[in-house]
Ligand binder design. Structure first.
Ligand code: AMP
Ligand code: MG
Length: 527
């Protein structure tokens, strides 16, 4: 029974609370959060749930079908032990300090101790206004909630660190949104996702106190994060805050490398959307690369400067870490250890990126300059013709390395990844052939067994990703009251590295109609 969930609310128990209550919009000082209850909704209906997450919380998966479950994850019923609250944070948005932001439409319910003994905060996104809602309504629409729900779970199964999603409900209420910010507001279905993570603390939670010279609350928060999430940092001196930055940097580097591996573009890497645990957080106008274009950004708000484009994400993560370093400076009062931590991020990213690229190529490292050239060549050949990134890497594992094979015959699997293959020029094709030949020759030299190599490559080069058009199709159906495609994509993405022959259509190149369609190639922050 969901009523059996036991809560241990470290965050609200250990950190200072706002003295005021209620949803009145305000600047909240010297407090990490404000207590606020979710708004009741008219007619909650479960669209989908994650069976894995229900089990992680120690419940039976059939529990999701009980009426009591829906009432809880829609915010209509609070359980004993919950302590609903919205967190106070600030942030740099698109490079500029934005002041207080905070959970404007997310309400933390409380922390469940999961079956592994870890704390898991349940958080409702779209559950009504909070003191941090500013001029907005605190609500979310079905469109963006389907995207958050599916992508959180897909990322997890792809092996990318992420916050999780327990459930997706519609509220039975309408929410008005101007999807493209073009003066065409329309009513959409309201929805709530119950997100789950050990902690939702962001870089911005630190920045807000530093910006207000509130050293006391800043230290309180930093000590709390160290004690609960990084307890192995035992240094009693102020250097422990630099050690914290170093750990956050490591996790951030690892996360971004995984994004690059699977072709994910976050779309809004503001410092308020950067998790202190290195989890992918806040699925808004994110997108997946179909054709490999390092300059692509899905976010229409970012179309001009492309600050958050695919190929720039590691640099932006570093810029964000520098903001976190600035925020921690008052606790350390020395620049050097903080700078070292940033330097460590840069090195860690390079090392991990290199290992990741080697694994995608079926190599053990890129230490040999010939292997580094193969990696460079793979990334450049994909840009000589419009080439599907996911398909390219997956098919590379199927390229036959035997010496006797005709070179064009060998390259055939790779050519399947080219969009408009029929109109590819001879020069474009020969670039692919040259790459395949060089790659095969190197593999022959290394002498790895073909079957073993394919298996190891398949484990890092997914067959399926949550292509933008796929989520969009699921949204269109869900908006008509049919959640079956949400279920299907959730199930598809449970095993993204496995061949699923009856679902082969989802591994094909993006269909032509999706090339410029809203929701498939362009996404706004309106959600
Ligand atoms: P985002 O760009 O989605 O990360 O949001 C930035 C800030 O705006 C955060 O403080 C959000 O809580 C807030 N926000 C976004 N949408 C809404 C909304 N519909 N109602 C209230 N606050 C919102
Ligand atoms: Mg956010």
């Amino acid at each position: 029974m969901i009523d059996d969930l036991r809560f241990d609310n470290q965050f609200t128990k250990s950190l200072p609370a706002d003295f005021h209550v209620g949803t009145g919009r305000r600047q909240v000082e010297q407090a990490c959060y404000s207590r606020v209850n979710p708004a009741a909704v008219a007619a909650p209906k479960l669209v989908a749930h994650s069976a894995e997450m229900i089990e992680l919380l120690g419940l039976e998966s059939a529990e999701a079908l009980q009426p009591g479950f829906v009432e809880v994850v829609a915010g209509n019923r609070l359980l004993a032990g919950m302590d609903p609250h919205a967190a106070c944070y600030g942030g740099h948005q698109f490079g500029n300090w934005a002041g207080q932001l905070g959970d404007g439409r997310a309400i933390g319910l409380g922390e469940v101790v999961d079956i592994n003994g870890r704390h898991q905060m349940l958080q409702l996104k779209g559950a009504g206004p909070t003191p941090y809602s500013r001029t907005a309504d605190g609500l979310a629409v079905l469109r963006s909630s389907v995207r958050e729900f599916l992508c959180s779970e897909a990322m997890h199964h792809l092996g990318v660190p992420t916050t999780r999603a327990l459930s997706l409900v519609t509220t039975g209420e309408e929410v008005v949104r101007d999807m493209l910010y073009d003066g065409n507001p329309r009513p959409e279905l309201g929805a709530i996702v119950c997100r789950v993570a050990p902690s939702f603390i962001r870089f911005g939670n630190f920045e807000i106190f530093a910006s207000r010279d509130d050293r006391e609350t800043l230290q309180c928060l930093a000590d709390f994060v160290i004690a609960t999430e990084f307890p192995h940092i035992e240094d009693p001196t102020p250097h422990r805050y630099a050690a914290l930055l170093r750990e956050v940097g490591e996790r951030t580097a690892d996360m971004v490398v995984e994004w690059l591996r699977v072709g994910f573009v976050h779309g809004v890497m503001n410092t308020d959307n950067m998790s202190i645990l290195g989890l992918t957080i806040d699925y808004g106008p994110y997108g997946w690369l179909d054709n490999y274009d390092p300059n692509w950004t899905p976010n229409t708000t970012d179309a001009q400067h492309r600050r958050y484009r695919y190929g720039h994400q590691a640099n932006i993560a570093q810029w964000n870490l520098v903001q976190l370093a600035n925020a921690l400076y008052p606790l350390v009062e020395e620049v050097e250890p903080l700078q070292d931590a940033i330097q460590h991020y840069a090195e860690r990213f390079q090392t991990k990126w290199s290992q990741m690229m080697a694994s995608k190529l079926g190599l053990s490292s890129l230490d040999d300059s010939r292997d580094q050239s193969l990696a460079d060549e793979a990334l450049s050949v994909m840009q000589t013709a419009e080439t599907d990134m996911t398909k390219f890497w997956r098919e590379l594992g199927r390229v036959d390395c035997s010496a006797s094979l005709d070179s064009v015959e060998r390259t055939k699997p790779l050519l399947n990844s080219i969009y408009e293959r029929e109109s590819a020029t001879r020069t474009q094709i020969s670039g692919f052939v040259d790459f395949a030949e060089r790659w095969a020759a190197r593999q022959r030299e290394l002498g790895v067994n073909d079957v073993e190599r394919q298996m190891s490559m398949d484990a890092v080069n997914p067959k399926y990703v949550l292509r933008n058009y796929m989520a969009q199709l699921a949204i269109e159906r869900a908006e008509e009251g049919d959640g079956s495609m949400v279920e299907e994509l959730l199930d598809l993405m449970r095993r993204p590295y496995d061949e699923q022959p009856d679902r082969n259509q989802f591994s094909l190149l993006r269909p032509d109609w999706a090339r410029t369609k809203v929701g498939c190639s362009q996404l706004s922050c309106s959600s």
